[in-house]
Design a protein around this ligand. Sequence first.
Ligand SMILES: Nc1nc2c(ncn2[C@@H]2O[C@H](COP(=O)(O)OP(=O)(O)OP(=O)(O)O)[C@@H](O)[C@H]2O)c(=O)[nH]1
Ligand SMILES: [Mg+2]
Length: 475
Amino acid sequence: MSTNEQLLNAVTEPLRVTVAGHTNTGKTSLLRTLTRDARFGEVSGRPGTTRHVEAARLLVNGKVLLELYDTPGIEEPIDLLALLTEQAGNAGNEDGRTRIRRFLDSAPAKERYDQEAKVLRQLIKSDAAFYVLDARDPVLAKHRDELEILRLCGVPLLPLLNFVADPAAREDEWRDALAGLGLHAIVRFDTVTPTQDGERLLYSKLANLLDAHSATLNALMASHAEDARQRHHSALMLIADLLIGVAALQQRVSSLDAAVLDKASATLNERVREREQACVERLLSLYRFYPDDLESAALPLVEGRWQQDLFDPYTLQTMGLKVGSGAAAGAAAGVGVDLMVGGITLGAAAAVGALLGGGLQTLRHYGSSLMGMISGEKVLRIDDNILRALAARQCQLLKALEARGHAAQHKIIAAGAADTIFEGQRLPAPLRQAQANPDWASAKPSFDFEDRRQQALDELVEILASRQPSPAQST
Ligand SMILES: Nc1nc2c(ncn2[C@@H]2O[C@H](COP(=O)(O)OP(=O)(O)OP(=O)(O)O)[C@@H](O)[C@H]2O)c(=O)[nH]1
Ligand SMILES: [Mg+2]
């Protein structure tokens, strides 16, 4: 039995954690990020958005490990604390829970304080609570009163500093104030841009507060790390498959006539765009983002589409790349298409280049051009720098998706700012092999070449992984 299974077997019932805090501090956003569900609840910049308690469950192997409860924001803590104190007035030394229960049974809990009552009703039956705060806020009396009220429920509280990525965050001020209230275990967790090990830290601090539930939290952390590794590997497979497929793409042309080249390269470009788009959609869905969640911004995509066309010379320029092949580099002839003229010697190629007025700078001979040598056929294929740009863009997207919380609603990286991935003169071997194997344009089952394609794919995944390690590896 694996350690993970042992941990899971030790879990008897789900851990119940209430997410509480002042209104508009990012409670619902936290739920979105922890459940990786960008559609959970309603998030907005106006206060009082969440009006009811709403639960989300985290499952591992079909078993519910954690139940998280989103709650309405607390709006009137100062008056409520005064009421609780007043209600306790003649009751002597009763404990906090009794005071809270009395309040919950009283008329104000159904009227003026009905939002607050929903929070307390949930909190009192939970194992713990995250107290979400906006670290940009100054520490005020209302926060202290709010914490005092929540603490009456007798449930361990873990304060969570949200908005810590904002330069206006007053982290030290909050740490001091919380320490003054006896709250020393604190987590920084920006729900929009959580750090790579943010969730692990969150759960491990919670485990420190909740000895009895450490098996649950350990199982959750182990499963999160494993999920992140698997997602990362699947993402690299998608990217590698795109690159191998595109490198193998070829478009035959009957002549080197400009109009023929134009048409053929346009067809080829379109096939690449479609494949790139399909890869984007798969990556988004693998990371549980939706194209329409990204509206007006997120990533360098608009509604899941790249803002800049891959074949626009400006796109390549912003990545420090240019299209190499002279003859095919004229915009009309299809930017980014490398021209291979089978069977033509360098001398003859130069002549053809001269004919086109461009000069074939990157004439290459690959496997299929041997065929061409006999038949005299000509094929267009995708320029090396387009492959570099494709790799860079997809890896940039992957990085952004891995850094993005599911509560994010705004742009996080600038278009075109991708780092180059395959620097230098030559493309990695698996891509060069793909260029020589037009059959690799799509994965097909059970042919001889399938294994070699798969090997090249695995090799390319390794190369990509060495440039873009999984975030889970650092944890
Ligand atoms: N930049 C940034 N914005 C955040 C973060 N967390 C929340 N927000 C934004 O803050 C606003 C409030 O977020 P919500 O998640 O709705 O807050 P809430 O605490 O659930 O609010 P109520 O339900 O009204 O109590 C939204 O506009 C969020 O997009 C964060 O970590 N960084
Ligand atoms: Mg909310």
